[in-house]
Ligand binder design. Structure first.
Ligand SMILES: Nc1nc2c(ncn2[C@@H]2O[C@H](COP(=O)(O)OP(=O)(O)OP(=O)(O)O)[C@@H](O)[C@H]2O)c(=O)[nH]1
Length: 544
């Protein structure tokens, strides 16, 4: 049987770049919430909420091989551009397969252009850059101005993973607000490019049904309709679904996809689900699922990466806005990384986190590099493989979220005119904590250690394998407790404490390199130490 593949395209960009105009120019079907239908949006002339609309084309050749589709439906998610609406933008960005980044060609890259580009890097596979309002460029200089802007943008894209993203000039609404009846320019080319950029997105029917609701309204005599995107699994008419935020289950009475009744919806589909009546005001946004699959969390362990454009420190014990799905709450973060045994986790598998392991506490989050590297101590750098860092987040309000959902940390209280990146870190939920009071169930099992450093002195070399040290412990310390602890000599050798030496807090330390029969190193070290001693003696003599 042939069918329609739904492909979600986010339309993002700086305020007034022309996102809604572009969405209108492309769409043939509008949903209940599209094109700034919200009365306040109309009054203020800006998009306040996510708008959904669609257009359908024949399935491109490269997707035909996947078999069961003959049509490709592009669902356009028109996101607001105003900086204060970033929560809505983040929510929208999480459900898209491709981002159309709309840029006002007369203005170039603006603050929210950069923020949206960053969100694209975090959330989606592909990007198409649309240079809009080309009609505003003087006709005789239009071509060269477009080329100049394209080159500039290309340079920006080179620093991202979208270095081969197409850049398309268009005029979504030539002549601006006053012009009537003028046709949009560049749409045919843009649709061709969008088709070429499609890929077979993950659409599986297995696993729990999870649905991100973005609008909710009631239809008299029929029930309440929740519109949204299926994040995972599938839903069929007559299924029972749960609305965790309302602690309620409901039966699916009917479903529609862009006004067409359907019996089933699967991952990636945009659908309206009609259930028995409830007050739609109680669920404007949120998640709906199969019964019992969504945790409502008070804290969590997440994998985490710092966003390199965020200027300030991302420090343990500070508070950030934490966005999961369409919800944003305040949360306090504590960072940890590198396993205590010194083996750095560069596997790339972020869900390698294991509650049984021992981890090292971090004062702050580092930019995708090892903890040691950032301390500048010449440790070996693991090329291109960021060492995994984790965070424990304590949320100020409980949040219902999807397992393994994307988590974005930001400083949304930053002045929106400050021209700085507000997005601070991102990661995925690894371990939800559902204890409503406090994550007591988790904390005793979480083994995070602080590294403490102390300096002592080498008193003398005992033999080819070991040295005697002092000034590290007090006379009364039980050195037995520190046996096996790592010690680093200022001459570069690593070693471990073997035990106490005598009664005065001195200790014996064994060097690894010596153990490895690297005697030359020891000899050299001995020579160096001797030379140093001689130099010191000379100085002492001089001073006398
Ligand atoms: N001259 C010209 N004006 C345009 C074009 N596209 C959009 N505009 C105008 O730019 C203004 C903003 O357009 P919108 O489509 O509302 O922009 P937006 O990016 O959706 O706005 P927000 O969602 O509020 O950020 C409107 O006055 C449009 O008429 C274009 O191609 N040419």
């Amino acid at each position: 049987m042939q069918g329609t593949l739904n492909f979600n395209v986010g339309v993002l960009g700086h305020i007034d770049s022309g996102k809604t105009s572009l969405t209108k120019a492309l769409s043939t079907v509008a949903s209940t919430a599209s094109f700034d239908k919200n009365p306040q949006s109309r009054e203020r002339g800006i998009t306040l909420d996510l708008g959904f609309s669609s257009f359908t084309v024949d399935i491109p050749e490269h997707l035909r091989q996947h078999g069961s589709y003959d049509k490709l439906q592009f669902t356009l998610v028109d996101c607001p551009g105003h900086a204060s609406l970033i929560r809505t933008i983040i929510g929208g960005a999480q459900i898209i397969d491709l981002m159309m980044l709309v840029v006002d060609v007369t203005k170039g890259i603006q603050t929210q252009t950069a923020e949206c580009l960053l969100l694209g890097e975090i959330t989606c596979e592909k990007m198409v850059v649309v240079l809009n309002k080309i009609d505003l460029l003087p006709e005789d200089k239009r071509q060269s101005a477009i080329e100049k802007m394209s080159k500039k943008f290309q340079k920006t894209l080179e620093a991202t993973r979208f270095h081969d993203a197409p850049i398309i000039p268009v005029a979504a609404k030539p002549g601006g607000p006053e012009a009537q009846g003028k046709e949009a320019e560049g749409m045919v080319k843009l649709i061709d490019i969008l088709k070429a950029c499609t890929y077979k997105p993950q659409r599986v029917e297995t696993g729990p049904f999870i649905f991100a609701v973005d609008h909710c309204f009631s239809i008299r005599g029929q029930g309440t309709v929740m519109t949204g995107t299926v994040l995972s699994g599938r839903v069929v008419v007559n299924d029972t679904v749960e609305i965790p935020s309302m602690k309620m289950t409901k039966k699916v009475k009917a479903m529609q996809m862009f006004r067409q009744p359907v019996e089933k919806a699967i991952q990636g589909d945009r659908v309206g689900i009609c259930v028995t009546q409830f007050d739609p005001k109680l669920l404007e946004r949120g998640l709906v699922s199969s019964v019992g699959v969504l945790p409502t969390i008070t804290a969590a362990i997440i994998s985490v990466q710092k966003i390199k454009y965020f200027k300030g420190p991302v420090a343990t014990k500070s508070k950030f806005h934490i966005t999961m799905g369409h919800e944003t709450v305040m949360g306090k973060v504590s960072f940890f990384g590198q396993k205590r045994d010194g083996v750095e986790d560069t596997s790339g598998a972020e869900n390698n986190f294991n509650l049984g392991e021992e981890y090292i506490y971090q004062e702050e989050l580092h930019i995708g590099k090892s903890v040691n590297e950032s301390k500048n101590d010449n440790s070996e750098v693991v090329a291109n493989k960021p060492v995994r860092q984790y965070a424990l987040i304590m949320l100020e309000k409980p949040v219902t979220c999807a397992p393994h959902c994307l988590v974005i940390g930001s400083k949304l209280d930053t002045d929106i005119h400050a021209n700085v990146c507000r997005l601070s870190f991102h990661g995925h939920l690894l371990l939800p904590v559902t204890d409503p009071k406090y994550p007591e169930t988790l904390l005793p099992n979480l083994k995070v250690y602080k590294i403490k450093q102390k300096e002592g002195l080498v008193e003398r070399i005992a033999d080819d394998y070991s040295v005697i040290g002092k000034s590290l412990f007090k006379k009364e310390s039980n050195i037995q407790l520190f046996v096996g602890l790592k010690v680093k000599l200022s001459t570069g050798e690593d070693g471990v404490i073997e035990g106490g030496f005598g009664q005065s807090g001195k200790f014996k330390m064994v060097c690894f390199k010596v153990r490895n029969k690297n005697c030359l190193q020891v000899v050299k070290r001995k020579e160096r130490l001797l030379q140093k001693k001689q130099v010191r003696n000379q100085m002492v003599e001089k001073n006398q």
